[in-house]
Design a protein around this ligand. Structure first.
Ligand SMILES: Nc1ncnc2c1ncn2[C@@H]1O[C@H](COP(=O)(O)OP(=O)(O)OP(=O)(O)O)[C@@H](O)[C@H]1O
Ligand SMILES: [Mg+2]
Length: 239
């Protein structure tokens, strides 16, 4: 069974304030991802990779089509329900990190746990361990604007993983990292897939990273141009 399913997903952004034409960022994507899969998404800048990832993670709502996460139609959830699913089941690593500027790094990482009812002490301990795993333990008390881009990126990765989500959606998670930290993050994410059977969908421009994935999807102009591991249409055993 698929843990994440997209059916005929379309996202069209409306006309801008300047009267610019609307943009069809995602133009009809069908996708089924199984538990424990590691999927890489590649494609030229502007082809819709981030938009697709945001739709899959319930961060933006589709113009058409639907997303099923563990069998639940995200469109059927109200904003609170969606927020809960995102906090508990999905770890999202944003292309632009999105750490809250007024919180320290460890507070940023602990936030999903605190919002979910954990005590601040317990959340802080778990957050510190998550920071340790990305090599950021010694910067836990710093605010994001006191950190380099790569350090913020590693903090954002710790935040995405802190609640041990079933699905990790990562938008170029190593884009700002040097090769040593990039290898460390990939090793960490890879172990989650193997040891915890977490599902990982990662946008990347790096062919070497894509080669480590079990499945490669190439996007072009808002559609899937190729998919090395597409399930059969019936998503079950062939007759
Ligand atoms: N909020 C928005 N409003 C209008 N257009 C948008 C918006 N977000 C994205 N787009 C447009 O949708 C298209 C796809 O953008 P998207 O960010 O998904 O590309 P991408 O494949 O992630 O590119 P990159 O590799 O540069 O990150 C682009 O043409 C972009 O300009
Ligand atoms: Mg992008």
């Amino acid at each position: 069974m698929s843990i994440l399913c997209a059916e005929q997903l379309v996202k069209t952004f409306g006309t801008g304030a300047t009267g610019a034409a609307s943009v069809a960022a995602v133009r009809g994507v069908d996708l089924a991802v199984g538990e424990g899969e590691f999927v890489a998404i590649m494609g030229p800048s502007g082809c819709g990779k981030s938009t697709l990832l945001h739709l899959l993670g319930g961060i933006t709502r589709p113009s058409e089509g639907r997303v099923l996460l563990e069998g639940v139609d995200l469109a059927a959830l109200d904003d609170d329900g969606l927020a809960t699913v995102r906090r508990r089941r999905i770890g999202f690593i944003f292309q632009r990190y999105n750490l809250l500027p007024e919180l320290s790094l460890v507070e940023n990482v602990a936030l999903p746990l605190v919002l979910d009812g954990a005590s601040e002490a317990a959340a802080s301990t778990t957050a510190a361990a998550a920071l340790e795993a990305v090599g950021m333990a010694d910067r836990r008390g710093h605010r994001p604007d006191e950190l380099s881009g790569g350090e913020q990126q590693r903090g954002a990765i710790a935040r995405a993983l802190v609640a041990a989500p079933a699905i990790v959606l990562a938008d170029e998670p190593t884009g700002a990292l040097d090769s040593a930290n990039s290898a460390r993050v990939l090793d960490l994410l890879g172990r989650l897939v193997v040891e915890r059977r977490q599902t990982l969908i990662m946008v990347t421009h790096d062919p070497a990273i894509a080669a480590a994935a079990g499945r490669l999807i190439r996007m072009r102009d808002g559609v899937i141009a190729s998919d090395s591991g597409a399930a059969s249409p019936a998503d079950g055993p062939r007759p």
